[in-house]
Design a protein around this ligand. Sequence first.
Ligand code: 5GP
Ligand code: MG
Length: 198
Amino acid sequence: MNGATSNSPVIEPNETDHDAESRARSIRVLFSEKRIALRIEELADEIAAAMSKELVVISVLKGGFIFTADLIRALHRANFEPEIDFLKLSSYGAGTESTGDMNILFDLSANVADREVLIVDDILDTGRTISLARQLLVDRAAASVKTCCLLDKAERRLVDIQADFIGFPCPNEFVVGYGLDYAHRYRELPFIGVLSET
Ligand code: 5GP
Ligand code: MG
């Protein structure tokens, strides 16, 4: 399961940052760059088999941007020509049973009415973000809305929602890299891993 390769896994002290906290941390690889790339080719084929070429891909910011960038190029290899748009949401939330409480921090520019839409995000955790995004697109009269998340932390779900396309089931640990941050850092890592104290 461990995708560690000899050339990737560890952030060496001082290599990317100089603060004391990061010097005390390293990253244990859960999903290597290669493994992510292979899975994305498969996901693009799954999407291409299930959706039409005129789809609008909606990338959920910030975490979804790297996955989206790789996925749309895999869709291109599958002969798709997706339109791309971006959405940033914040949910209010803990403790509310409603899924209606949402703040749109950055809105779509596309008109999604009557369009086939694919929402793309990094990770499905409690499910709030994807369920809010999905509801927004339904409210705006999208013809159909499907969802694709690279990672699925099924154990953590609070909202009853599944993604239509999932890259990998994810253990219940806080992961970083490949778009996912910890305190605004680590998004640039080409792999996904878990911060661990050294
Ligand atoms: P949800 O709304 O499903 O609870 O959360 C989804 C969002 O929470 C993700 O898009 C991501 O931004 C953030 N998130 C959830 N789990 C993790 C994690 O393990 N690591 C990081 N970096 N972000 C996470
Ligand atoms: Mg996110």
